[in-house]
Design a protein around this ligand. Structure first.
Ligand code: APR
Ligand code: PHB
Length: 380
């Protein structure tokens, strides 16, 4: 089998890339190691930047997002027993859309299959050999020959591993805490997202629909879910968020580590890395999916220029272009994380400086704007 661009991974990066290339008349094959139902039910973040939501519209996959997604014009920050609103729309003229990542993935998969374009599930890429992808499906081995390979296979993928030792520089930081996240059938307890800094630790109130909420608690990194029965989770959430939460059935629960990671360059020869395959940000700024989609927009433009205009300038600047945004987003995610979490071993001084930072961010229009313009998404 042959194609122009072989895409490893059917997450937001791989699926959006394929859709962008389809518009440019470029052939792609997507290989995804998991089943369709697995990728469609994997619960992840749910905040779309202004530009991400606009792109999904432009790609013709935004109808359900516009119907079921929730446009939010602000977020709340809670600390010191008070709540402060950051008016995203007043500060930036832009809004965010709350819509689960797996819903975005479902819409993109449905569109791809409706257009009868190749998307293979349970097709695990076992080796990336230059521009040849070796993969296994139903116990049968296959080869896919490509002009280019897009490694959109997430943080545990194979594409990055195919780059020879020494060709990639890595920058990373492990954060000393994790998030315990739940998805619950409960009515939203606030109209907007609530980020809380509490002396017992960070907490977040988010939502998926008016009746399904997504909540997170900062916990130590080695936390065992078994130590967190439902009542303990709800009590802790109520204490930290200070919201009138109604206990509903917990539909999903998990612990997510907090990691910052980026490789450079995001290209090796004809292999291009995009999304989580190239970088991870801690979830505090809700940037993971948005950043993945920003990468593939750059990649799609570069591949389009290659095929249409026979020029490789944009392919050559792909990594440099992406990394500028990657590091702005690393900075923002790291800042939000540090500002909103309790740091073990921190003394009274550290705590007071953190509170002062939060007072400043919510009290100064200049400071609130820096948060807001990053939160709704920096311009391309
Ligand atoms: N062969 C085929 N597919 C693979 C392989 C492989 N060897 N290894 C991984 N994959 C698939 C995974 O099963 C997954 O579906 O690649 C896909 C990668 O998707 P994501 O992890 O969603 O990564 P990405 O598209 O970059 O999106 C980033 O996802 O993890 C979140 O927080 C992150 O929101 C961010 C977003
Ligand atoms: C989520 O809804 O899952 C979510 C929202 C905001 C974040 C992180 C996760 O910062």
């Amino acid at each position: 089998m042959r194609t122009q661009v072989g895409i490893v991974g059917a997450g937001p990066a791989g699926l959006v890339l394929a859709r962008l290339l389809q518009r440019a008349g470029i052939d792609t094959v997507i290989l995804e190691r998991r089943s369709r139902s697995y990728v469609e039910s994997r619960v992840r973040a749910g905040v779309l930047e202004h530009g991400t939501a606009q792109l999904l519209d432009q790609l013709g996959v935004g109808q359900r997002m516009r119907r079921e997604g929730m446009v939010h014009r602000g977020i709340e920050l809670r600390f010191g027993g008070e709540s402060h609103r950051i008016d995203l729309e007043a500060l930036t003229g832009k809004t965010i859309t709350v819509y689960g990542q797996q819903e975005v993935v479902k819409d993109l998969i449905a569109a791809r299959l409706a257009d009868d374009l190749p998307l293979h599930f349970e097709a695990e890429v076992t080796a990336v050999d230059g521009t040849v992808l070796e993969y296994e499906q139903n116990g049968v081995r296959h080869r896919l020959e490509c002009d280019f390979v897009a490694g959109c296979d997430g943080s545990h993928g194979v594409a990055r591993l195919a780059v020879p030792d020494g060709a990639l520089r890595t920058a990373e930081r492990e954060h000393p805490y994790a998030w315990l996240g739940i998805l619950a059938r409960s009515p939203a307890a606030a109209e907007e997202l609530v980020y809380a800094y509490h002396e017992r630790g960070f907490a977040l109130h988010s939502m998926r629909t008016p009746d399904i909420i997504r909540l997170y608690l900062q916990v130590p990194r080695d936390t065992d879910l078994g130590d967190w029965p439902d009542t303990r989770i709800w009590d802790e959430l109520r204490t930290r968020l200070d919201l009138p939460l109604k206990e509903g059935e917990i539909l999903e629960r998990g612990i997510t580590g907090m990691r910052s990671f980026a490789v450079e360059p995001m290209r090796h020869d004809r292999l291009f890395l995009a999304g989580d395959a190239a970088h991870i940000v801690p979830p505090t700024g809700a940037k993971g999916m948005n950043l993945a989609i920003a990468d593939v927009r750059v990649l799609a433009e570069a591949l389009t220029a290659h095929y249409r205009e026979r020029t490789d300038e944009l392919l050559d600047s792909y990594s440099r272009t992406c990394l500028k945004r990657v590091w702005q987003v690393q900075r923002f995610s790291n800042w939000m994380t540090t500002m909103l979490h309790r740091h073990e071993g921190d003394d009274e001084f550290g705590h007071r400086v953190q509170l002062a930072e939060l007072e400043y961010v919510t009290g100064s229009t200049a400071a609130a704007t820096t948060l807001a313009e990053n939160y709704v998404g920096l311009p391309r």
